[in-house]
Write a new protein. Structure first.
Lengths: 241, 270
């Protein structure tokens, strides 16, 4: 049986295209692994961008922080964070990886807060880390791929309690399935191997149209599994689980 | 130029309570921690901390009662240690105001200050509850009437930047990632550099293009070896995971945090 820590980065990598520019921000070990994996497998000319300001780094080891100097190794140029946001703002960033503590049916994310009494946003019940650059990137990047390592009805909610941002969400990759945004709403595109369609329905906070005929996410190939071991031999990505 | 070398104590003594203070670096990397610890030792209070993405720096300033507002896009230890507990509880208890930003809107505010204009249009927040919560407003393009969010200028009273090398005039070199540090320098009223190494400025003449920060924009230079620890400093030291793990374990109760502060910050020599 294939585990989520193996399947999720492989599925994320499959979504990436050769030649496109792809960005991840802070706290993004799985996107880091997925991008390096895609470059190794089918997208050698993908342009890998991240907060360190490197392009196409070749890290000697994978760091736990995705702003680490390890992600600056072998870059041939240096840009600033401003340059990366500007790139997205003028519509030239192809793909961004983002996530949310809550993700709703329309692909809105909440990384900000759970409001306090009477909807108070200044004295929140829970203060979350904040969306980092997502409120700028998600509406302007050509597409966003969301990922989460948890798929339950507290995470996948009908409506976020605070909208950090909406935007150009294309896919959402979870431990149970891949969701695709169609006409503004997230639909289940494929269900992962060994996952029951009833489980997807029960653990999603809105009605999802799934049954035994819903397509299955293809199992990882031997080539994909081998490439994943080469990219992340120390299993750094496990800190997300 | 005049010699700007000074002690950490004297440089930080010039930071007034209630100041807007921009901190260089990003999350666990090249944050000016020696200066952050000195702000705590000098019992500063009421500071509004400006940062794109912060971690230990902002967390400990919130826990120690130094910060009363945080203007940032992200505060957390990424996946390394989870939530910034001191920041989180300070906001939830109303001791610190979270001025939520997208990182790009912090940059826009700093750009406005840098360019001497009151606000800066920013292509962000098109589909967000943040502007309403924070009072960010739109302006109409006078040429097309298209509306765009306008970020008020963020004009730090002080920017504190940790660099690899500086000379006595304040010329500063940063190796590896720059983040938004040069923008913080140009936006701020006063600039403090803390440096791993103080070098003879004549050595910069062979390749001046490697000097990102010009001395004429800098007010004070402090020699602070390992001045980003426990954060990383590109090419010199990595993130100190053991130190941060110990810190993180002591942020669960105020008493433990006090003990940790007195052991690692209050009594520490700089």
């Amino acid at each position: 049986m294939v585990t989520s820590d193996v399947l999720i980065p492989i599925v994320m990598a499959r979504l990436l295209r050769n030649g496109e520019s792809v960005f991840h921000g802070v706290a993004s070990p799985l996107p880091m692994v997925a991008i390096l994996l895609a470059k190794k497998l089918h997208a050698p000319d993908l342009v890998y961008l991240n907060i360190t300001g490197s392009t196409d780094p070749v890290p000697a080891h994978l760091p736990r922080s995705t702003v680490d100097p390890a992600l600056f190794a072998h870059t041939r140029s240096r840009v600033t964070l401003t340059d990366l946001f500007d790139l997205s703002a003028r519509g030239k960033l192809d793909t961004a990886f983002l996530s949310g503590v809550q993700i709703d049916e329309h692909g809105n994310i909440n990384m900000s807060l759970i409001p306090g009494d009477g909807g108070d946003v200044h004295r929140p019940k829970v203060r979350l880390p904040g969306g980092a650059g997502s409120a700028a990137i998600m509406p302007t990047a050509k597409r966003t791929i969301l990922w989460r390592t948890k798929h339950d009805a507290r995470t996948f909610v009908e409506r976020v309690t605070f909208r950090t941002t909406g935007g150009n969400v294309d896919r959402v990759v979870t431990p149970l399935c891949v969701l695709k945004r169609v006409n503004g709403a997230l639909e289940v595109e494929t269900i992962h191997p060994d996952v029951d369609s009833e489980q997807v329905r029960a653990q999603t906070g809105w009605y999802v149209d799934v049954d035994e005929r819903t397509p299955r996410t293809p199992e990882p190939s031997d080539e994909e599994l081998r490439a994943l071991r080469e990219v992340d031999p120390d299993d750094v990505r496990l800190i997300e689980f | 130029m005049r010699n700007k070398l000074t002690s950490l104590q004297d440089a930080i003594a010039l930071v007034s309570n209630d100041a807007v203070v921009a901190l260089g670096g990003n999350t666990l990397h090249r944050a000016p921690i020696a200066a952050v610890h000195e702000l705590i030792r000098q019992h500063k209070h009421g500071l509004n901390i400006v940062k794109t993405a912060g971690a230990y720096d902002v967390d400990i300033l919130c826990g120690a009662g130094v910060a009363s507002a945080v203007s940032a896009g992200f505060i957390g230890y990424e996946n390394v240690f989870g939530m910034a507990q001191l920041y989180r509880s300070a906001v939830e208890q109303g001791r610190v105001r979270a001025n939520e930003h997208a990182c790009y809107s912090v940059i826009a505010g700093l750009r406005a200050a840098t360019q001497g204009v009151p606000f800066m249009p920013v292509n962000a927040f098109a589909l967000s509850d943040v502007p309403l919560a924070q009072g960010y407003r739109k302006v109409a393009d006078p040429y097309s009437d298209e509306e765009v969010y306008a970020m008020p200028a963020i004009k730090p009273d002080v920017a504190i930047i940790h660099v690899h090398e500086a000379d006595a005039d304040g010329n500063g070199r940063i190796y590896g990632s720059l983040f938004e540090d040069v923008l913080m320098v140009t936006a701020a009223k006063r600039v403090i550099l803390t440096a791993e190494k103080i070098v003879d400025g004549a050595t910069f003449e062979a390749q001046p293009e490697l000097t990102s920060i010009s001395g004429f924009m800098v007010d004070h230079v402090v020699h602070a070896p390992r001045g980003a620890h426990p954060c990383s400093c590109h090419g010199i030291y990595d993130v100190d995971l053991a130190f941060l793990s110990d810190f993180s374990a002591h942020t669960q109760s105020p008493k433990q945090f006090e003990e940790w502060l007195s052991q690692h910050v209050s009594s520490a020599k700089c």
